[in-house]
Design a protein around this ligand. Structure first.
Ligand code: 13P
Ligand code: SF4
Length: 351
């Protein structure tokens, strides 16, 4: 069935170019943002892929830097009345779904995700109708309306245990939207799964033959792969996992060199936890060739100090979700968070 779906063409934007700043200018801007955050009882919730300055600022101001599982959970634990989500749109929407009483703002509401864009809610609903005997499991990287049609939401950090749990109950799974993560989960769990044919434009760019060559040049390096990558990249991995799992691998594995197949925004945290280790980006098609993202998500790159400061001055870019959709989307997200709490699964690297 999935092969007959005609999905929307994904328009991948160019990476935004932000003005260069001296260290002193940056420091002054960071201080202004810190003051505004405090005055407005606002907190930063940042993903590991956003600019290192934003990750540092989130940490310095008592906010959160984490993967999408912990970003979802964190908003429910803070007293701040405003959550500023530095990441992509589905992360802001998840924060709002879980915290309707809080104001949720994002530096740029156009920061989306190819997985989300490639899974329109109306087509997805038709797809679900064709498989009424399946349990619907959607990845976090989807719109609120798609989540509203799901039984469970998962992130890469919790997909395997949740699918294993559902398989133990004899469930057949309808999985959307990331086919690569879905294939990986199916391979490990052996579960009967039907896939939506979506993918991440960033992880799709990793090239398997070039990775084989790179591994030969660095025979002692461990290969770390996010499971949104194509099967032939996943097959070459020493570690496959969520952003948190990959950061943990750099911190705790004995190797001195790592080849990393995920968005290179993660290098900031990896270098923070293991400054002496060498990180090498897994090869993509390369700048100026056919590569659209070059190991950096163009939508994550829409988050910067400049539009964060502007946001705090204007209070624009608020996430709003229809209440009926929100109430339905809450159920699969809450199921995931309850499962994470029961099984002690975290989405943040802690030494
Ligand atoms: P994580 O949940 O592993 O951080 O992944 C989110 C994501 O969008 C990766 O591309
Ligand atoms: Fe979406 Fe890929 Fe960007 Fe993650 S890296 S937000 S999956 S487009």
């Amino acid at each position: 069935m999935s092969s007959s779906l005609i999905l929307p063409e994904i328009k991948v934007p160019a990476h935004p170019v932000w003005p260069q700043k001296s260290a002193a200018e940056k420091q002054a801007q960071k201080q202004r943002i810190k003051d505004l955050l405090q005055q407005q009882n606002a907190v930063l919730v940042a993903h590991y892929y956003v600019d290192g300055d934003l990750q540092a600022l989130a940490e310095e101001t008592g906010g959160c830097v984490a993967d999408s599982l912990e970003m979802a959970r964190y908003g429910t634990t803070t007293d701040a009345s405003t959550l500023i989500v530095c990441g992509v749109r589905f992360m802001g929407e998840t924060a709002k779904i879980l915290n309707p009483e809080k104001t949720v703002l994002m530096p740029d509401l156009a920061a989306t995700c190819s997985l989300d864009e490639g899974c329109p809610a109306d087509q997805f609903s038709d797809f679900c109708d064709l498989h009424p005997d399946h349990t619907v499991v959607v990845y976090a990287n989807t719109s609120a309306a798609v989540k509203a049609r799901a039984d469970w939401m998962v992130t890469s950090g919790i997909a395997l245990p949740i699918v294993k749990h559902l398989a133990s109950e004899g469930k057949k799974i309808l999985w959307a939207p990331d086919k690569h993560l879905g294939h990986y989960v199916q391979k490990i769990t052996g579960t009967e799964m039907t896939f939506w044919p979506g993918s991440c434009v960033v992880h799709e760019e990793f090239k398997s033959v070039a990775l084989e060559r790179l591994r030969k040049l660095h025979p002692d390096a461990a290969v770390l792969v996010h499971p949104e990558s194509p099967d032939e990249i996943v097959e070459q991995a020493d570690v496959i996992g969520s952003t948190t799992a990959l950061i943990k691998a750099v911190a705790e594995m004995p190797q001195e060199e790592f080849i990393v197949a995920t968005d290179d925004g993660i290098f900031w945290k990896m270098q923070q936890v293991a400054p002496q280790k060498k990180l090498i980006s897994a090869p993509t098609a390369g700048e100026g060739a056919t590569c659209e993202s070059c190991a950096h998500c163009p939508w994550m790159a829409m988050n910067a100090l400049d539009n964060l400061e502007a946001l705090l001055n204007t209070h624009s870019n608020e996430i709003r979700i229809d209440e009926n959709i929100r109430a339905d989307a809450l159920k699969p997200i809450q199921r995931m968070l309850d499962f994470a709490a029961d099984h002690n699964i975290s989405g943040k690297y802690q030494k």
